[in-house]
Design a protein around this ligand. Structure first.
Ligand SMILES: Nc1ncnc2c1ncn2[C@@H]1O[C@H](COP(=O)(O)OP(=O)(O)OP(=O)(O)O)[C@@H](O)[C@H]1O
Length: 602
């Protein structure tokens, strides 16, 4: 690998390939007063976590709110297909329910799987988790520990339960042929000819045949890869639910290694003194609090109370968000012992999840009110929550400040931001067909290292190639996967954005609104499909936002020109992976094998 010491970069700079750093004015964060004017709809909407235009004067109005209510969707997948085949070439929309054929036969026999998971869970509980009665004392020490979730087992359990539930409630269900992705499922990896074709990974002794859900009508099969695999003969519909499979709520508890919900105070006290909690930000559904070195995002679910004017998410949706976060976690270089084909640390690390129940804790209420007084919250006061209310707490790494509020100081930081976001998307795209689909500037967090070192890099592996991106001391994390699409290897998780036309009705000319519309054009509303170009349009949006932030003569026309020409070139790329090969990134990227500071040409 080429040395990353200062002299190496100096060489690059001296060779004229790198632009000398320019220092411009510091763009200050928006003042509190600017955002607190409740009458100013636009300002309010953009400052406090909602990054979407607001059309309703009184309350936070998120374009994705109703989408989440309608629920994240999933299509199950089977191992063995070709990962690299261009998706969606022959893709059809999922057949309407009325076209589906009826099932024959009895209810699914899940006894084998139940026994299997009982065994796993008994082992997990024995090995990793003391009795929930001692939860508080147990969690005290958890703050610094890395909790490894058995993602393949969790996904398998979820698949079985979800299929079983669907069998009981729907005339038919869909299974999609697609690959198990070895770089995502850490214990797997068979790839022939380098990166082209993947086959099934970790052997869990469960298959479609095993679970007796082998009855898919030919015309009900859909695939994002244009490959349809016919599975057995149709079976009879309307079999009553026999209670064999776990509910989403039970599965959530299992993922959290809990036998029952705990209180919010119990979770927070594992990470900090309760009096030190500070609210950091808010979204349509979540309130983010700093707890020691972590950030805890609290999302109420399953309750009847409207929160911020909206229905609460259901367990099923929360469970799928958890699965999505775990899949992205698995991209982290430090997860699983194996060398990964694709890895990066650019997505926020989800350290843990906890299911809670009860009224909002007084310490959280106090932190919430503090934030409201200083910055003006758009969300409902949490005092309304009753003792029955459930919450999921996402325990996250602290990613820093969102891009909208962050003061970009110099051109190096712009370079660093763009290369890190592009690289992370390229890795996730390659590993699990990930598309963020909502990468507005509230969902990109930046943290400045305390002692910034110009030689610091962010390392990642893309299709087996180890690379390093210069960070200039700025660490970038991508958050909020509510609208994201991912192939976990077991299922494709996506949100049917066509269910919310309002998302595409934002103000003409507004960059964010235009980006949703661009996605709609790209996908032709086949939201289940893989369209890496959606990542490209968010990168173009990001360049626009950076240009907006840099709007000052002090930054000079040259930088603006470079960014504008980057933007033009980006428009011709099909994926974040393509974008990463743009010459704009050559100065800040190093590939280990090639010993040269640039990517191979397109
Ligand atoms: N890990 C983190 N580190 C630092 N701040 C965070 C973190 N996670 C969330 N935040 C803050 O909380 C805000 C809301 O978080 P997030 O966007 O995840 O919530 P949400 O309810 O999913 O939002 P949305 O309305 O977009 O669905 C962010 O804009 C950010 O300011």
């Amino acid at each position: 690998m080429a040395s990353l010491e200062g002299d190496r970069w100096s060489e690059i700079v001296a060779s004229g390939r790198a632009r000398p750093p320019r220092v411009g004015v510091v763009y200050g964060r928006r003042l509190v007063e600017e955002s607190s004017g409740r009458a100013n709809m636009e300002t309010r909407a953009s400052f406090s976590g909602l990054r979407r235009p607001s059309f309703v004067p009184r309350k936070r109005t998120s374009w994705n709110r109703s989408l989440s209510i309608r629920g994240r969707e999933s299509i199950f997948v089977a191992p063995g297909a070709n990962l690299q085949q261009k998706p969606c070439e022959a893709m059809k929309r999922p057949p309407k329910p009325c076209n589906r054929k009826k099932r024959l036969g009895g209810p699914p026999d899940l006894s084998k799987e139940k026994a299997y998971f009982e065994e796993i869970d008994a082992f997990d509980l024995m090995e990793e988790s003391p009795s929930p009665k001692n939860f508080a004392s147990w969690t005290k020490g958890m703050g610094q520990n890395l909790i490894i979730h058995d993602l393949p087992a969790i996904l398998e359990r979820w698949k079985i339960s979800t299929l079983a539930r669907r069998v009981s409630s729907e005339p038919l269900f869909d299974i999609v042929e697609t690959p198990i992705l070895p770089s995502v499922l850490s214990n797997s990896s068979t790839s022939n000819n380098g990166s082209e074709t993947y086959t099934a990974g970790r052997a869990i002794s469960v298959s479609y045949t095993d679970i007796s859900l082998k009855s898919i009508a030919e015309d009900s099969l859909i695939t994002s890869f244009g490959k349809v695999k016919i599975k057995e003969e149709p079976v009879e519909a309307s079999i009553p639910w026999n209670g064999e499979a776990l509910t989403a709520f039970d599965q959530l508890l299992m993922v959290c290694r809990q036998s029952a919900p705990v209180t919010l105070a119990e979770v927070f006290s594992a990470y900090c003194e309760l009096g030190s909690i500070k609210k950091l930000g808010e979204g349509t559904y979540g309130e983010a609090y700093r707890a020691g070195r972590t950030v805890c995002k609290v999302v109420p679910f399953d309750g009847d109370l409207l929160v911020n004017g909206e229905s609460q998410k259901r367990s099923e949706e929360i469970l799928e968000e958890v699965l999505l976060s775990l899949t992205l976690n698995n991209l982290r270089a430090d997860r699983g012992g194996d060398v990964k084909t694709n890895s990066c640390n650019g997505f926020i690390e989800t350290k843990d999840f906890r299911v809670c129940q009860g009224p909002y804790d007084p310490f959280l209420i106090s932190a919430w009110e503090d934030y409201d007084a200083k910055r003006g919250s758009e969300n409902d006061h949490p005092k309304e929550f009753t003792r029955e209310q459930c919450y999921i707490v996402f325990v996250l790494a602290d990613g820093g400040t969102d891009l909208e509020s962050f003061a970009l100081v110099e051109y190096n930081e712009v370079h660093s931001l763009l290369v890190q976001v592009t690289a992370s998307l390229a890795v996730a795209e390659s590993a699990c067909e990930f598309e963020h689909r909502d990468l507005h500037w509230g969902n990109i967090l930046l943290a400045q290292e305390e002692t910034p070192d110009t030689n610091h890099t962010m390392s990642f592996t893309l299709q087996g190639k180890r690379m390093h991106a210069r960070t200039f001391g700025l660490n970038v994390s991508i958050i909020d996967f509510t609208l994201s699409r991912i192939n976990t290897g077991t299922a494709i998780l996506f949100l049917d954005l066509s269910a919310d036309p309002a998302l595409f009705q934002g103000k003409k000319g507004d960059k964010q609104a235009e980006t949703y519309r661009r996605m709609k054009q790209i996908t032709q509303e086949h939201w289940e499909g893989s369209f890496p170009k959606t990542n490209v349009v968010w990168l173009i949006y990001l360049v626009d936002m950076v240009l907006q932030k840099l709007k000052s003569p002090a930054h000079g026309n040259k930088i603006e020109r470079e960014l504008r020409s980057l933007k033009k070139r980006l428009a011709s790329y099909e994926s974040a992976g393509d974008c990463l090969r743009d010459p704009f990134f050559a100065d800040v990227l190093l590939i280990e094998d090639d010993q040269v500071p640039s990517m191979p040409p397109l």
